[in-house]
Each structure stands twice: as C-alpha cells, then as structure tokens.
Write a protein that binds this ligand. Structure first.
Ligand code: MN
Length: 247
C-alpha cells in the first residue's frame, strides 16, 4: 500500500572528503530503496547538495547513485519535492525535467488527511541574522545568478566549495539544541501560530533533530541531517514520527 509521506533534509551530498560523501550517498540510497515500497510522496527539505548550480548546459558532477534511485522512485509514481536550501538554492528546471520533481522556493503549506503542515528549509527565518538574510536575497537575485553563470564552472564551483567549507568551519561542527526559548525556528513557529493554525511545522537547516510540542495541537519537527544523525520524518495518515534510519 503506497500511503506514506516521507520528509528528510540536509544530506549535504558532496561535502569532502570524498570517501565519507560516497558512504553517505549509499546510506541515503539504502533509505530511499527501503521507503519506495510504501511512499506516495517524498519531501527533500533543502541542502540535499552541499553545492548545486545549474548552468545553461552543465550540472555539477557526482551523485549518480542518488539520482538513479530518485529516478526509480519517480518512475514508480512517487511525487518528489525539493526545497531550496541555503546550499542548493540554484535549481532552475533540471530536476523538474529529469525527475518530474516539484521545486519549492520558500515555505510550502500542505494539507494532507485533514492536517495542516508548514514546511520550509528553515534558513533566514525568525529573529536576527540580518547578514544572512541580506546574502540570501543577493544570492537569489537574477543578477547574481547571471554573473555566477558567466564564471567557468571549475572556478565558480571551486569558489563555492571553499565558501561552503568555510561556513561549516565557522559554525564549529556538530550542532546542539539551544533550548526552547533560544531555538529561532521554534520562535518563528510560535509567531506563525498567532495568525494561522498548523498541526505540524517541519524544518531542516539546524542539523539538530527535535520534535517539540508547542501546544496541544501543534508540533515542530526538525529533520536533523545525514552526516551524523540520519533522521527523517514519516506521516502515515494519522501520525507524524521522527525516526532514525538504521539499515
Ligand atoms: Mn541549511
């Protein structure tokens, strides 16, 4: 019976060194292979790739096993949705064309089985971080994208990979939960609940898996990441559960 909805984020495929990146890719492929029997929808909630940019005629090398498995899922009729993350916001139509995937720029409000889901990668939300919010609007601008595409891919992707490594070094490795009043995605969710009702918020980006009840009818799930945690969420029509993938 194909009736489950799966959510995962922050695979960061392509993070060096290559050996661990390949091992991670194979872990993800194993998970996709396991869920293909009962999945009807798959939501990849951002930062699937550590860097992604679609040039007019060129896409970044790599990820062939991952793409192969996604193509198999797509061909089985599973609807795949990619959210743009802060590492892979430059998706311009290739994944729609190859996988029939839907690409979501920011948030997606979803209704399934009478429940309301608010889904977003999680970058640039909540209080503070004005430097990143500015950068995000710049990186997403047509001008920035046009200029970047003028660089030879060896140069452009080289710069991007160094930038990505640098931002990871700056964040200091594995993240930890800051507490309910200091987690900005929880603050953001609370703000949203003043204007509308949602049963579930689903985010990525934080790299900390959590499942927090905000009120009797609302929970916030952070999907974690696949470098250390290998966590995902599944909706079975009645329950949303945060799980850890163990092959
Ligand atoms: Mn992110």
């Amino acid at each position: 019976m194909r009736d489950k909805i799966y959510f995962a984020s922050d695979f960061h495929l392509g993070v060096l060194p290559e050996a661990t990146s390949r091992a991670r890719e194979l872990r993800i492929v194993g998970w996709l292979d396991a869920i293909k029997h009962d999945a009807k929808e798959l939501f990849l909630v951002g930062d699937v790739f550590d860097f992604w940019f679609e040039y007019g005629t060129v896409v970044p090398k790599g990820f062939v096993r991952f793409f192969g498995k996604l193509a198999e899922l797509a061909d089985l009729g599973i609807q795949i949705t990619f959210f743009k993350g802060n590492h892979d916001m430059w998706m311009f139509g290739y994944l729609q064309k190859e996988l029939g995937a839907r690409i979501v720029d920011d948030e997606l409000l979803l209704e399934r089985d009478g429940k309301r889901f608010f889904i977003h990668h999680g970058d640039g939300l909540g209080p503070g971080d004005s430097k990143y919010k500015f950068l995000k609007s710049f990186f997403r601008s047509k001008l920035c994208q046009w200029l970047f595409a003028r660089l030879h891919p060896n140069l452009g992707i080289g710069i991007a990979q160094r930038w990505s490594q640098h931002s990871r070094a700056a964040s200091g490795g594995e993240e930890t939960f800051l507490g309910e009043d200091r987690e900005w995605l929880l603050q953001y969710a609370k703000e949203q609940l003043k204007d509308a009702n949602y049963d579930y918020f689903i985010f990525g980006h934080r790299h900390v898996p959590y499942d927090i009840r905000l009120c009797s009818a609302c929970r916030v799930i952070n999907l974690g990441e696949w470098i250390n945690h290998c966590t995902y969420a599944v909706w079975d029509g009645r329950e949303l559960t945060l799980k850890k993938w163990t092959p």
